[in-house]
Design a protein around this ligand. Sequence first.
Ligand code: ATP
Ligand code: MG
Length: 722
Amino acid sequence: MDVSDLIDPLNPAQREAVTAPQGHALVLAGAGSGKTRVLTHRAAWLVRVEGATPWNLLAVTFTNKAAAEMRARIESLLGINGSGLWVGTFHGLSHRLLRLHWQEAGLPQGFQILDSEDQRRLVKRVMRDLEVDENRWPVRQLQGFINARKDAGERAEDLDSADPYSGEMARVYAAYEQACRSAGVVDFAELMLRTVEMLQNHLELLGHYRRRFRHVLVDEFQDTNGIQYEWLKLLAGPESDVFIVGDDDQSIYGWRGARVENLERFRKDYSHTRVLRLEQNYRSTRTILDAANTLIARNSDRLGKKLWTEGEAGEPIALYAAFNEQDEARFVVERLMAMVEEQGLARSDVAILYRSNAQSRTFEEALMARRIPYRVYGGLRFFERAEIKDALAYLRLLANRDDSAALERIINTPTRGIGNRTVETLRLTARDQGVSLWAAARELVSRPGGLPARAGNALRAFVELIDGLDRETADAALADRIETVITRTGLRGHLGKDGSDRAQDKLENLDELITAAGNFEQDNTAEAEMDPLTAFLAHAALEAGEGQAGAWEDCVQLMTLHSAKGLEFPVVFLAGLEEGLFPHRMSVEEPGRLEEERRLAYVGITRARQRLLITYAERRRLHGRDDFAIASRFIRELPPALVDEVRARFSVTGPDAAGSGLGESPATQAEFGLGERVQHSRFGEGVVLDCEGNGPNARIQVNFNDAGTKWLVAAYANLERI
Ligand code: ATP
Ligand code: MG
């Protein structure tokens, strides 16, 4: 049997892991050392040499993209092409088990999955039915509580109901479970927990899968949480061999309950585990690898690994200090375009990685402006996010009261005592009279006895809120208008009370919407005939629906550092390396969290194969605030010799200096740095954003405080530095 295709592309240490005798194995190794390659080759080896069948394999990882790549790889090594393979994510595989065994799981055959937005709505509805005070018990906090309990494998009845605090939460949890049951829906956390319970309660089923899955393989093991570990222990029976790969330096989900200690626990629970180490990195240039190694060496409590490469030194890491976030996006997009056009890189070879989802918008806009296809992974595009859609729905209603979809979305968001029954009455009235929901609402609140008193008051308050907002903000600038809407409708206060990281994220996104509106109003000259609100809403709607290239198209990859785990790209831009943003300000106080941020930086750096470009903005308008930032400590932690600072300065030379020889106008030799403040005789004060060309053709782009952004011919602009 020829297995050279399985063995040849491996180094001796990798080969040892792939061909290890039966038994449990743990491959502990740094980034880019071939862990995922070893895992896929091991799967193929088991079938082709050890006599397993593809049916005996269970291979698990964390993200959909990584799972799809793993499946494709194993199928190609096995020369098969079928969905019979059990390769997927924890959630995906659980879902598959529940679909197959819905009866044993106690689910209706056509059960549906709740995304977290739907889940929140349901929790809220349950709380209303139980008359739980949402001011004391924020919905999101309860939602987070329910998910955390499920991740820990606990049901409502397992909780201490005698304690008034947890008793109240348990009461909501129990009612929520009941509501899910009667609606026939399961949330994400439920997929895992339900599968575990189903297997525990149906030993014949458990036995079947344990006999079947003789070989269980897990990638990125360092990020498993409690219920995932339970799930694995169940499915891998006494006869099964477990092969896990991981890297403690890449453990980045501690904040979501992942336990890096599971690596140690595994060695205890699975006796005679063979531990293998890989030390050669095949992914990155020596420069990139050295930078990553130096950075991560600052963490304490590491299991300790070596990592070296035979590869070339490669180019230095480029570091660009942007003037602001737009300058940062401009730099990234121009650089990547140059690489695509001049060096023939595919767009999909380039990834832009950032710490938080809110950062994607500036990049999306810059890419869209240049018509460069891109794809955002693992997160909704900005204008599709729920909280943004809520804010936009209010604005749509201000622009057009008859937009019933918008009204329905926010009539009770945030909750204001307008229940389903009222909405149902509204719907019926609107239907009977053939009018919009808004018209029906006005009619109902003015008709005596149209609604029960409490419902009538709540609805009247809503109608007055919208009309009042319209009156008060009609003449305000767009950004101010949105700010007022977000505050007055309670969207902001509602999230503010929640206090979870997710709510914080959403608040930041709302602020980002205000920033977007401000920039839009300033830059939008094309649609001057439309009022700014209408133009902005059209912009948002078009952006949400289009420009998102399909996965099949060659497009630039945008994602958070968390979703980049396990992936690699020839070119990586690591954006927003500023103190407070990355490391995140909430992490810097706690050594444990800071180390997790550093691991995240390590993950980011080690995604790059040939080129790594790091950017930060000295001034960033994020979350609606202008912040002056300093470079992230992670930049300072890189060896300076490996980093090359990109010069943002350029020189502008007047006509004389360019050699016209006439000597009539004074030589206007000037040098402006991006971000420098300048004065123009007509347009006033502004900031240099960009430049093009040189000599007499040099043009400068200036963002004027009052006159907006303009391109000027440098030689004639007579700009003065201020
Ligand atoms: P991460 O920790 O980031 O998940 P990893 O350890 O899983 O990384 P892989 O993704 O498996 O690493 O491998 C990194 C890169 O090195 C891949 O492009 C892979 O194809 C390549 N590679 C791995 N082993 C070898 C080898 N022996 N010879 C040549 N290339 C290799
Ligand atoms: Mg990997």
